[in-house]
Design a protein around this ligand. Structure first.
Ligand code: HEC
Length: 211
């Protein structure tokens, strides 16, 4: 055997022996209760992480509502503009506000394009206020013969009273208008499916006249 090879063998065996010794010295793990110091460290670590989380949360909560509020306000404003615009949704010079001024009602009745098969005369309907109206949707409507959404109802008015084609419910116009009309029900109590107060009054009057 050459001398260099002999030396390598010696070094190699030495390393093997040393690592073997190391293995013998490896400690066995035993479960032991935390020391007071360790407990303190754990607590501090948790607090530090919580603090980091809360700071991030704080920053997020400061930004997020502003961003949401901004887009919500813009949508609402757009809806209100559409509501008051006599050209945006109708073709006969009527705006939603012509009958529902400020989201309320003119207090009068309007003629529908539909004539009664019984009397031959066009149906007349009282104009309801839209304050609280959103809270009554979705609901069943006789002329539609189905349960309709608030957007469908706006489309009813557009077709019946504004001589125009309905909005695509997915359009930004429909979204904005519905958001605005919904906002008129803020703080109102919810009564899904309820009849508009004026409608109810009219029905009650008709019922009592029959008696
Ligand atoms: C020419 C008058 C007129 C115009 C213009 C008009 N509406 Fe109406 N609106 C009515 C009448 C009348 C009713 C009741 C109809 C019914 O119950 O079938 C009504 C009902 C509604 C209702 C349901 C209220 C409830 O409590 O059930 C909503 C919502 C509504 N209108 C929104 C709109 C919106 C939005 C527009 C504009 C796109 C609009 N209206 C335009 C006359 C009008």
């Amino acid at each position: 055997m050459r001398r260099a090879n002999y030396l390598l063998l010696v070094v190699f065996t030495g390393v093997l022996m040393l690592s073997g010794l190391g293995a013998q010295e490896m400690k066995k793990h035993e479960a032991k209760p935390l020391t007071a110091e360790q407990k303190m460290m754990m607590k501090n670590m948790a607090m530090k992480n919580m603090d980091k989380y809360m700071v991030n949360m704080d920053a997020m909560m400061k930004k997020l509502p502003m961003a949401l509020k901004g887009s919500q306000e813009a949508t609402m404003k757009r809806g209100e503009e559409l509501f008051n615009n006599a050209k945006a949704l109708g073709t006969n010079g009527q705006a939603c506000a012509s009958c529902h001024p400020g989201g309320g009602t003119t207090g009068g009745e309007v003629e529908t394009p539909m004539a009664s098969e019984v009397t031959g005369k066009p149906y007349k309907l009282p104009v309801p206020t839209l304050v609280g109206a959103a809270a009554t949707f979705p609901k069943f409507k006789v002329p539609n013969d189905q349960v309709i959404t608030l957007t469908d109802m706006a489309n009813n008015c557009i077709m019946m009273f504004m001589a125009a084609q309905p909005m695509d419910p997915k359009s930004s116009e429909a979204r904005a208008l519905t958001a605005y009309v919904s906002s008129l029900s803020n703080d109102d109590k919810v009564s899904v499916g309820a009849m508009p107060a004026m409608m109810k009054k009219m029905m009650d009057n008709k019922m009592s006249k029959k008696k």
